[in-house]
Design a protein around this ligand. Structure first.
Ligand code: NAD
Ligand code: AHE
Ligand code: ZN
Ligand code: ZN
Length: 369
């Protein structure tokens, strides 16, 4: 079938709105009509050409919501009409990772996902007869997309897709990093580096967890009001200090924070985030995605003396099991999504969403198909 899509034809180029062809779902696959999608910094990261897994031409997008149109052979967990959120972290329930009880990083479709194809090694997208790559197993920048069954969370059809699409990445990632990865407890001090969509969700999660100080750090002070509204007790700009920001935070917190979160993708900031943690027990969670060739550094002594470095993907959330419950929480107002939605735009203006992000003017733009 024909589908309007925003296609990334090459690194650093604006997306082009074209009509692509989408082939029917094969065995274990599902055709989804995307109604809404957020634009996450990871989409911009891949479009920039910095992603080692970035492929072109591709249909990007991984923060969407939609309705099942057709299911392929053997698909049992969803049927036409079901409302779904595509998952870039699948959940097959059977692989070594799913059954370990230790991680959400299902590997059932991860290898082919990273190569921009469906699990059988081929693409469902073509433009002018030539294949277009899938992205993150989701490709939500197309009105119609094909996902593996294991990459779909079935959600309450009463949930507003124009809001809960943000649970497809940003909000879930930030909340999950606090609750599942760090396991923040009442009274803990927390530092959040980067107050975009992810950082703001970390702030919301830290407040819900009963954190004492929640120190928001950003080089763009325009983000501070929203962070304070979500629960940040302090907002600081590293540019306002003539010493490293980790020293500032250590002084503010009598030795450092219990937990820090890097929500930018900057390896120098990752070092600051580790080093602002309290000696003996402070833990730093890396959420930000850094470009090809980048590496993190610190003195090993930082770890010898009890600080811990860990990472978090999709907030440690198992999508098919846990996302439906998070959608219910959002519907009950226990998870707030409205503060994240600073802009709404039609698909035709999707490049404006990237411009707003790069200018630091948006948290999330929701694209309406
Ligand atoms: P965003 O662009 O909305 O926010 C980034 C924020 O960082 C901005 O407010 C910006 O002003 C701030 N910033 C930039 N440089 C800074 C610096 N040197 N010091 C302090 N603040 C600085 O991005 P986002 O959508 O919130 O994504 C954040 C990061 O998280 C990206 O790297 C993205 O790829 C990654 N991400 C990871 C996961 C995961 O599962 N691990 C999920 C989603 C996003
Ligand atoms: N392709 C990059 C890595 C990108 C990455 O780390 N992605 C995060 C999700 S970002 C969502 O906005 C993730 O889930 N990682 C785990 C995984 O399996 O991809 C690279 O460096 O190659
Ligand atoms: Zn994302
Ligand atoms: Zn699995």
């Amino acid at each position: 079938m024909k589908s309007r899509a925003a296609v990334a034809f090459g690194p650093g180029q604006p997306l082009k709105i074209v009509e692509i062809d989408v082939a029917p779902p094969r065995a274990g696959e599902v055709l989804v009509r995307i109604t809404h999608t957020g634009v996450c910094h990871t989409d911009a990261f891949t479009l920039s050409g910095d992603d080692p897994e970035g492929l072109f031409p591709a249909v990007l997008g991984h923060e969407g919501g939609g309705v099942v149109v057709e299911v392929g052979e053997g698909v049992t967990s969803v049927q036409p009409g079901d409302h779904v959120i595509p998952l870039y972290t699948a959940e097959c329930g059977k692989c070594k990772f799913c059954t370990s009880g230790k991680t959400n990083l299902c590997q059932a479709v991860r290898a082919t996902q990273g190569k921009g194809v469906m699990p059988d090694g081929t693409s469902r997208f073509t433009y002018e007869g030539k294949p277009i790559f899938h992205y993150m197993g989701t490709s939500t920048f197309s009105e119609y997309t094909v996902c593996a069954e294991v990459s779909l969370a079935k959600i309450d059809p009463k949930a507003p897709l124009e809001k809960v699409c943000l649970l497809g990445c940003g909000v879930t990632t930030g909340l999950g990093a606090v609750h599942n990865t760090a396991k923040v407890k009442p009274g803990d001090n927390v530092a959040v580096f980067g107050l975009g969509g992810i950082g703001l969700a970390v702030v919301q999660g830290a407040k819900a967890a009963g954190a004492a100080r929640i120190i928001g750090v950003d080089t763009n002070p325009a983000k501070f009001d929203l962070a304070r509204a979500q629960g940040a007790t302090d907002t600081i700009n590293p540019k306002d200090y003539d010493k490293p920001i980790q020293e500032v935070i250590v002084e503010m917190t009598d030795g450092g924070v219990e937990f820090s979160f890097e929500c930018i993708g900057n390896v120098d900031v990752m070092r600051s985030a580790l080093e602002c943690c309290h000696k003996g027990w402070g833990e730093s969670v890396i959420i930000g995605v850094a470009g090809a060739g980048q590496e993190i550094r610190t003195r090993p002594f930082q770890l010898v003396t009890g600080r811990v470095w860990r990472g978090s993907a999709f907030g440690g959330v198992k999508g098919r099991t846990q996302l439906p419950g998070m959608v219910q929480q959002a519907m009950r107002g226990e998870i707030q999504l409205d503060p994240f939605i600073t802009h709404n735009l039609p698909l035709e203006q999707i490049n404006e969403a990237f411009d707003l992000m790069h200018r630091g003017e948006s948290i999330r733009t929701v694209i309406h198909f």
